[in-house]
Write a protein that binds this ligand. Structure first.
Ligand SMILES: NC(=O)c1ccc[n+]([C@@H]2O[C@H](COP(=O)([O-])OP(=O)(O)OC[C@H]3O[C@@H](n4cnc5c(N)ncnc54)[C@H](OP(=O)(O)O)[C@@H]3O)[C@@H](O)[C@H]2O)c1
Length: 314
């Protein structure tokens, strides 16, 4: 099968011909129609899970995918051949990824039936970003009419978080590059803020002189993140998907803090599916690239500036 893989940590992704995997007990073999790109893919490639999970090389990249179950191993009960599925397929050993024509994975992972009307390239972009946005908003626990400042709002997690927050009646202040203004308004952002402007803090203070109720930061760490937490009201809540919340930030003003650590679950995919099926979730596929183009696209993708999600068609 064709797959995009690296032969060592921090290696250069290459299109390779690798053996088609076969499902073991409790596993399913999925013939993938699409995968998607997540920052997690590069982090895994650079060894973020080294020492925490076993790896295999060539390490096939990619954690998210969508396709059709082609075979099932003994004991599989949740899926049958020809089921259309999507999900997050990462499991031990790391390296049996979704930038490939086929993937095998335990059926117990966060894998769900692909809803009617959702194409493979749409379904493939949902799992990691969508589940993370859902978990982050659950943990913020905001109520209708409360406000959240989202930094990095036009990226993968942000483009789901803006929608999920807005659908719940939360006022979403979406900060991103000016080129992403229309995109974010279409996703339901209450207000767009230019994240490249030196006036961002003043712009927030105009509407919220005492601070917003919450910060969801998908981009910043260290001093940048710390400065932005000053825009949250006393007793508000701050959340980071990059581990930027520290104890020291919480003590002074009675803030509650959350370092989001998304634990993938099929129930989360089912909640996203329900939102889609009721017309309450737009799937933010902004680019599609074929599998063969991934190696050349890697450097460009990693530079940033992307909007929404990139789907890989297989
Ligand atoms: N903890 C978890 O469980 C978990 C789960 C999923 C994701 N994550 C992490 O969460 C982060 C976001 O994920 P994602 O999938 O949304 O990534 P993404 O699609 O790359 O989006 C990140 C967004 O942040 C923007 N950005 C980057 N630096 C910025 C800065 N200094 N100020 C303002 N905006 C900035 C980017 O815009 P430009 O590219 O235009 O600069 C981009 O729109 C990643 O680090 C990812 O690894 C963590």
């Amino acid at each position: 099968m064709k797959a995009v893989a690296v032969t060592k940590f921090e290696g250069t992704p290459e299109l390779m011909e690798l053996p088609k995997p076969t499902p073991g007990p409790g596993e399913i073999l999925v013939h993938l129609g699409a995968a998607s790109v997540n920052p997690y893919d590069w982090k895994i490639m650079n060894g973020i899970l080294d020492g925490k999970m076993p790896h295999v090389f060539p390490l096939v990249l990619g954690v998210d995918g969508a396709g059709v179950v082609e075979a099932v191993g003994s004991g599989v009960s949740r899926f049958t051949v020809d089921d259309s599925v999507f999900g997050q397929f990462i499991h031990a050993p790391v390296g049996i990824g979704t930038y490939a024509e086929y993937v095998v994975a335990p059926e117990s992972l966060a894998i769900a039936q692909r809803p009617r009307g959702m194409y493979n390239d749409q379904a493939a972009v949902v799992p990691t970003a969508g589940m993370t946005a859902l978990v982050a908003l659950d943990q913020l626990a905001l109520t209708k009419g409360q406000s959240v400042l989202i930094i990095g709002a036009a990226g993968g997690v942000g483009s789901f978080a803006v929608q999920i927050g807005s659908n719940a009646g939360v006022l979403t202040l979406a900060a991103a590059r000016p080129a992403h203004r229309d995109f974010l308004h279409k996703l339901g952002a209450s207000r767009f803020l230019d994240s490249t402007s030196s006036h961002l803090a003043e712009d927030v203070r105009i509407g919220y002189p005492d601070g917003v109720d919450a910060l969801l930061d998908l981009a910043q760490t260290g001093p940048e993140f710390e400065r932005t937490t000053a825009l949250v009201r006393d007793g508000g809540v701050i959340a980071s998907t990059r581990g930027a919340v520290t104890e020291a930030l919480l003590t002074s003003r009675g803030l509650r803090g959350v370092n989001v650590d998304m634990n993938p679950k099929t129930e989360l995919l089912d909640r996203l599916t329900a939102m889609y099926s009721t017309g309450n979730l737009r799937i933010p596929v902004e680019q599609k690239i074929p599998l063969a183009a991934v190696p050349d696209a890697v450097a460009r993708i990693r530079e940033g500036g992307n909007r929404g999600k990139i789907a890989i068609t297989i």
